[in-house]
Ligand binder design. Structure first.
Ligand code: DX5
Length: 247
């Protein structure tokens, strides 16, 4: 088994969630995040149905494209109806400045036709990803791992920023990374919710994650660059075996 697929040497990616940003100046915010050195920017789409909160649609995401060249990812915390009827608009809005595939994340819990949705994201020129809420077992995605570039393990119940990280998600990350390596899949594991530059990112990294979504955990710093650098350095240490224990 080539080492390219173990978590220890997958590139660490720091991905801010825009939930804590100043929404009246979202264009400037994505520009600031690019200057802070982030790897991708996550847009949390919430429809007040799949989650008890409401954010924005594809128009907001498209409007931000001209302000930076950083890749975008769109997490679809929306109903099946919204996902199926607006998928093309979400995929288009998430694309890079030259039409590169943007990451589009469909939730297992919202899509009874998940296989069809993931296939359609790829067909429309997006990079498919699948998300699991905390109660959803990893086994629910085993039969679509051949279709995705990423799996998102929620470490909070979706719908709000600033919530506490759920430590019991570590086993799910571990078993997911094992199945990915066993099958020689080239898949990133993302974690999202309560991730900070402390034992939370350190433990998730050691368990097999390599992409880290952070909202409050990045915006809490005096500058976005300090937040991004702090998250990246703790994750890199964990990849090199220097692990932080729960404090
Ligand atoms: C929650 C969102 C997360 C959230 C993360 O439903 O999916 O991306 O914004 O925020 P923090 O890092 O503050 O938990």
């Amino acid at each position: 088994m080539s080492s390219a697929f173990t978590s220890s040497n997958r590139p660490i990616q720091i991905i801010p969630s825009v939930l804590p940003a100043d929404w009246a100046n979202m264009g400037q915010c994505v520009k600031d995040l690019e200057e802070a050195g982030v790897d991708r920017i996550q847009f949390d789409v919430m429809d007040g149905n799949f989650v008890p909160n409401l954010t924005f649609g594809p128009e907001m995401i498209s409007a931000c494209r001209k302000y930076c060249n950083v890749p975008f990812e769109t997490q679809l915390m929306v109903s099946q109806y919204n996902c199926e009827t607006m998928l093309e608009a979400y995929v288009e809005a998430s694309k890079g400045p030259n039409g590169e595939p943007g990451v589009v994340i469909a939730h297992v819990e919202a899509n009874v036709h998940l296989h069809r949705i993931l296939g359609k994201i790829r067909q429309l020129g997006g990079s498919p990803s699948v998300a699991l809420n905390p109660h959803t077992p990893m086994e629910m995605v085993k039969d679509v791992l051949d279709m995705v570039d990423h799996v998102l393990v929620m470490t909070v119940n979706p719908g709000f920023g600033g919530q506490a990280y759920i430590p019991t998600m570590l086993n799910k990350i571990k078993s997911l990374r094992e199945v990915i390596v066993e099958n020689n899949y080239d898949i990133d594991i993302e974690v999202d919710g309560g991730i900070k530059a402390d034992w939370t990112i350190s433990q998730c990294c050691a368990a097999g994650a390599n992409c880290f979504i952070a909202g409050s955990g990045m915006f809490a710093y005096p500058s976005l660059k300090e937040g991004c650098d702090a998250l990246r350095s703790v994750a890199k240490d964990a990849q090199n075996g220097k692990l932080l224990e729960k404090s």
